[in-house]
Design a protein around this ligand. Structure first.
Ligand code: M6R
Length: 613
């Protein structure tokens, strides 16, 4: 995710900015930049580079800035609007070049703002939503920088953490927060800001965190925080800043995978933000560039992907059929590309890929395009090859995923496909009321994940009991079938424990022969259609002495007769129940792998991005 750092003081800002940017590298980013404001005025000097902070340091050494400048702001960008490039990197300058701005978050009304600013003569140099903010501050210029920023923000909807500096406001940095974290600190003659307190470690003993709706003015040696709306002063208490170097790298977690599991509620919020329309009971996915008549003409949806993305895609096909009534199927990308598949212009080919670089999925996209299908991408990495070649699609906005085992991308893929299915459904057969019910259920996803995360102690106890197993099965029915496949994949890839995901009804057609007292079966059994059948399948396992780990609905005791190892998930509609279940599976796999001492973030033989066939 993007990172912000800023410094105003007596000494040079540049080393503080660069060390702060380095400390935020663990968050993942694709470009970086700084703006330095020389003492006594003068326009901001901006240097930006694609790639690592080291590339920015090279750019600065090749084209030096005023190294003594006592004020500056810096940024690491993880692309959301516009591909990673030098011109899309932050800081962005206003039209007159006097204002520099860095931004984390997503501006929902950026297209409307951009249109209005362009009509007023502002020229955009980037494809970002953030640049609009820099121009807007210039358009709203008042007596002070604080008031200019405040006025500008009154026109903005979306999320932001921003830091702004201007040549005409020497020594000042204005910061504001709505939905994206901002920490500020002041000490002897200096004041600093960062989106991640880790970036300030060693610079201050304590930091204050802004709340949503706060705006603050930083000057050398101090800051004042106000409410954006009323401008009334507010007090934000300081918290001690105490980071070990390793904690800085992983945001306080032992592994990136665990950090990314914890980030899922926020990832889902970012993924859903601005895309669900309560009133009409539908979804708004402008990147698809599909008119109602295009959706009405669809004859089929084919989803193609690999690995975890494939399982999210399988879940998606259920949503397409149930919500929209369009015949849907999933194809492994590697099969699709070589099978001479039948696709027609009325087929929507949905290619799913976290990285957007998976070789087989990319080849499937090219094959589908050759055959004239309407190709839609669902990727996490902005500007990735699949997203570019598809030309239309939806980004996950899950934030960077560094652990090889995919976690937050899976949940966001499920969320995006559900929104696509809702949009298609509302265009074809769903009533407004049915659509509203689905909107409500999708909005509840982050809370479902929070509830599942809260089960971690119980999950650890069960992981301790079974960490020594050699084989395991995951079984599920209906919407829980893709979740069973995903749970088994998670466990095998990081714990090296042999695991198989099966449809619960399929077990007796072969694999039940493998069950005995040494082979645990994870039974995905939340309430919903087929629950009684699932209880029957659990009994079949118990009859073979297999220990059962049940994932069941809160308040439902129907599984308790068969096992004491039960993890509870909240009650919710069947089409969202896989989300908390998968979070439980992620934590189970994580803790089993941790207890077995495996290298969780980089399992043997695996790569984050599989760019070979
Ligand atoms: O980047 P992609 O989503 O296209 O990657 C597909 C698979 O390689 C990926 O999901 C893989 O299965 C993960 N390691 C699973 O955790």
């Amino acid at each position: 995710m993007c990172g912000i750092v800023g410094y105003t003081g007596r000494g040079p800002a540049l080393p503080v900015l660069l060390s702060g940017l380095h400390r935020m590298e663990y968050r993942g980013y694709d470009s970086a930049g700084v703006a330095l404001l020389p003492a006594g005025g003068g326009a901001p000097q901006v240097r930006r580079a694609v790639g690592k902070v080291a590339a920015l340091e090279t750019a600065i050494s090749e084209s030096p800035v005023d190294a003594s400048a006592p004020l500056g702001i810096g940024h690491t960008r993880w692309a959301t609007h516009g591909a990673p490039s030098e011109r899309n990197a932050h800081p962005h300058l206003s039209r007159d070049g006097s204002i520099a701005l860095v931004h984390n978050g997503i501006i929902d009304n950026f297209l409307a703002l951009r249109e209005r600013l362009v009509s007023q003569g502002f020229v955009f140099r980037s494809e970002t939503d953030s640049e609009a903010l820099a121009h807007l501050v210039e358009a709203c210029r008042a007596d002070t920088l604080l008031e200019s920023v405040r006025r500008a923000l009154s026109f903005v909807s979306g999320t932001y953490g921003i830091a702004v500096a201007a040549s005409w406001a020497p020594g000042q940095i204005v910061v504001a927060r709505k939905g994206s974290p901002i920490a500020i600190a002041a000490a002897d003659g200096v004041a600093c800001v960062a989106s991640d307190a880790a970036a300030l470690a060693g610079r201050a003993d304590s930091v204050a965190y802004l709340d949503d709706g706060d705006i603050a003015l930083l000057v050398p040696g101090g800051f004042e925080v106000r409410s954006i709306e009323a401008l009334s002063p507010v007090v934000r208490p300081a918290a001690p800043l105490d980071f070990a170097p390793d904690a800085i790298e992983k945001g306080g977690y032992e592994h990136f995978m665990r950090k990314e599991i914890a980030e899922q509620p926020e990832a889902l919020e970012n993924c859903l933000r601005g895309r669900l329309v309560d009133e009409d009971g539908t979804a708004k996915l402008s990147g698809l560039r599909m008119e109602p008549r295009d959706i009405a003409a669809l004859q089929s949806v084919v989803v193609t992907a690999c690995g975890t993305s494939y399982y999210a895609g399988l879940h998606g096909t259920y949503a397409f059929e149930q919500f929209s009534g369009i015949p849907s199927r999933i194809e492994q990308a590697a099969e699709f590309r070589y099978r001479n598949p039948i696709v027609a212009p009325e087929t929507a080919l949905v290619s799913l890929s976290q990285s957007g670089e998976t070789a087989d999925t990319l080849a499937a996209v090219r094959e589908a395009k050759r055959k004239g299908a309407l190709v839609l991408s669902v990727c996490n990495v902005v500007g990735s090859t699949i997203a570019r070649e598809a030309g239309r699609g939806v980004y996950l906005h899950a934030g960077p995923e560094i652990g090889v085992a995919s976690t937050k991308a899976f949940l966001c893929q499920v969320a995006v496909l559900s929104m696509m299915a809702l949009l298609f459904g509302r265009t074809r057969r769903l009533s407004c009321q049915e659509g509203r019910t689905i909107v409500g259920a999708l909005k509840a996803l982050p809370d479902l994940v929070r509830a599942a995360l809260a089960q971690e102690d119980a999950i650890v106890r069960i992981a301790e009991k079974f960490a020594g197993a050699r084989d395991a099965f995951f079984i599920g029915r209906g919407w829980q079938y893709p979740a069973a496949l995903e749970g088994a994949l998670k466990l095998k890839e990081i714990s090296y424990l042999h695991a198989e995901g099966y449809h619960a009804a399929e077990l007796k057609h072969g694999p039940i022969a493998l069950l005995d007292e040494h082979v645990p079966v994870v039974a995905l059994s939340p309430l919903g259609p087929g629950h009684d059948k699932m209880l029957g399948n659990i009994q079949e396992c118990r009859a073979r002495k297999a220990p059962v780990i049940a994932i069941a609905t809160e308040g439902d005791s129907s599984v308790d007769a068969f096992t004491e190892d039960v993890i509870r998930v909240p009650q919710c509609p069947d089409f969202t129940a896989a989300v908390p279940v998968v979070v439980v599976e992620q934590l189970f796999a994580y803790h089993v792998a941790r207890l077995r001492g495996e290298p969780i973030d980089q399992p043997r033989n695996l790569a984050k991005s599989v760019t070979v066939e």
